[in-house]
Design a protein. Structure first.
Length: 241
């Protein structure tokens, strides 16, 4: 048995997320189908994490196990020759059998992009906000969020193995038009990054106060976190092992 690790880039616009679905096309399905052609056997990809419909990846990681060997460069070249142009494989590595893209991960980083001047070339790749944002308040909101370990209020309702989040770093880059928010953490709950960004943006717009944001977080109730940023601005940037 051989275990292979893939690092993957994709534009999520045409897909209904990473995970296989019975009635919609997914990133997982498209890659698995090509791997099955190469290996002539059923393939199951295990990803570091699911991405939702419309979300992109700069460094998604997945692994799969097969019962016969192929050179990593053979796999890489075959996939990149046969996958759609909105999916590419950055690297293929042989890894120990115990490696699991999801459970071996030590942390992840996500990037969220916002732009404040209309640009058709950013359509589908960044969240356009026409109203003026207070960048100082945006920073303050993100600092408040960073101080908390339990961010259930800023996640989609669900059962989670670990509710405590270690947010390691939040960085903002702003050039007067484009805002890039990068968040690194031990792990992320579903919709967490999009809700963090959306609530911080609403503070920056003046429609939510810093005190109200604190109250939402302390409630530890997903029903309280009502804002969710659109998927097109979100990128899974990197997975750490």
């Amino acid at each position: 048995m051989i275990n292979y690790k893939l690092t993957i880039k994709y534009i999520g616009t045409r897909y209904h997320g990473w995970q296989r679905q019975p009635k919609h096309i997914s990133i997982q399905q498209v890659i698995e189908e090509q791997l099955e052609k190469l290996f002539k056997q059923k393939i199951r990809l295990i990803a570091a994490g699911r991405t939702d419909a419309g979300v992109h990846a700069l460094g998604q990681v997945a692994n799969f196990k097969v019962n016969h060997h192929r050179k990593p460069e053979t796999i890489l070249n075959f996939l990149n020759a046969n996958l759609p142009r909105d999916i590419s494989i950055v690297s293929v590595e042989e890894v120990p059998l115990y490696f699991n893209a999801r459970f071996s991960a030590k942390g992840k980083s996500y990037l969220y992009k916002i732009h404040q001047f209309p640009d058709p070339f950013l359509y589908g790749f960044s969240w356009y906000i026409s109203k003026k944002l207070d960048i100082l308040k945006l920073n303050q909101a993100l600092e408040i969020i960073k101080q908390h370990k339990n961010l259930i209020s800023l996640a989609k309702k669900g059962d989670y193995l670990r509710e405590e989040i270690d947010i390691r770093e939040i960085r903002i880059k702003y050039d007067g038009v484009h805002i890039n928010i990068e968040i690194s953490a031990s792990h992320f709950l579903r919709n967490m990054v999009r809700k963090i960004v959306a609530h911080s943006v609403h503070v920056a717009l003046g429609s939510l106060s810093l005190q109200q944001l604190e109250e939402i977080i302390k409630a530890k109730d997903p029903a309280k976190g009502i804002y969710t940023a659109p998927p097109e601005g979100l990128y899974l940037k990197e997975v750490y092992y």
